[in-house]
Design a protein. Structure first.
Length: 256
């Protein structure tokens, strides 16, 4: 598994454009299960050594700070400029991908970070109802349709799941994807809340601190139903490893 990712990354880096590099992933893991690890607080309920041993021979994607937990066995690491931290890359096989919405972010990445491909995000005009989660136009996320990423919101929707579909996987297992707390009853939808994560928030780089709005949390929670059935129509399974995820009740919750 890991040597295959290393070979794909080497092929990617022989190409110039991010779009061509992403095409190197097409149909590379047909029929496999992709484990996507997010940095929600439920990640802390799983022993790090157990998780690393469990995932060591599996196709594994880290979203942002979850990389710190499973860096040595991560296959793809996905990042953006919301709550960005610095990372020490210790494995040479991992593919690193970014989303950006400001040209200045590209310059910063090139000067400071490892990067194998970058995708621009569009439709992010602060109107959550126009995001993919708000509209429900899940096909817009497919890389076979377009390289630029419609606003999800978030890396799970914009990158992780679409990359898995491009690679041909038939099952997603989402670990530590807790979405957010929805019991802030004293707040209206435009209020922003800071939910706890599995990492030290003091490591977040200045200027990238981001608080989710209650509107975004509720929108994402409600979108999981149509996501689940969209994937089901494609014969792709979806399971969640989280004791707090408030998403659609028919999505199987499992333990690993």
């Amino acid at each position: 598994m890991k040597s295959k990712i290393y070979d794909i990354r080497r092929e990617m880096n022989s190409l110039e454009s991010s779009e061509d590099r992403i095409k190197c992933l097409k149909d590379t893991f047909i029929g496999e299960t992709m484990y996507i690890v997010a940095a929600g607080p439920s990640l802390k309920t799983i022993d790090n050594n157990y998780l690393i041993n469990f995932l060591k021979d599996k196709l594994t994607v880290s979203i942002k700070q979850s990389y710190d937990v499973i860096k040595e066995i991560t296959d793809i690491h996905l990042l953006n400029f919301c709550n960005l931290s610095t990372y020490s890359q210790i494995n040479e096989h991992a593919i690193t991908g970014w989303t950006v919405w400001d040209p200045n972010q590209i310059n910063w990445i090139v000067q400071n970070c490892r990067c194998d491909f970058i995708c621009d995000v569009f439709r992010n005009n602060n109107d959550m109802s126009k995001s993919v989660a708000g509209v429900g136009d899940w096909d817009a996320l497919l890389f076979d349709k377009q390289y630029s990423r419609p606003w999800g919101p978030g890396l799970m929707y914009e990158m992780a799941i679409p990359l898995g579909i491009l690679m041909g996987v038939k099952k997603f297992v989402l670990i530590g994807w807790d979405i957010g707390t929805i019991d802030h009853k004293e707040m209206d939808n435009s209020s922003h809340v800071w939910d706890y994560h599995s990492y030290d928030e003091n490591r977040i780089l200045g200027g990238t601190q981001f608080k989710m709005s209650r509107e975004e949390i509720l929108l994402t929670v409600n979108s999981t139903k149509s996501l689940y059935y969209w994937l089901k129509e494609k014969n792709i399974e979806l399971e969640i490893v989280s004791d707090t995820n408030p998403g659609y009740k028919n999505i199987p919750r499992i333990k690993i």
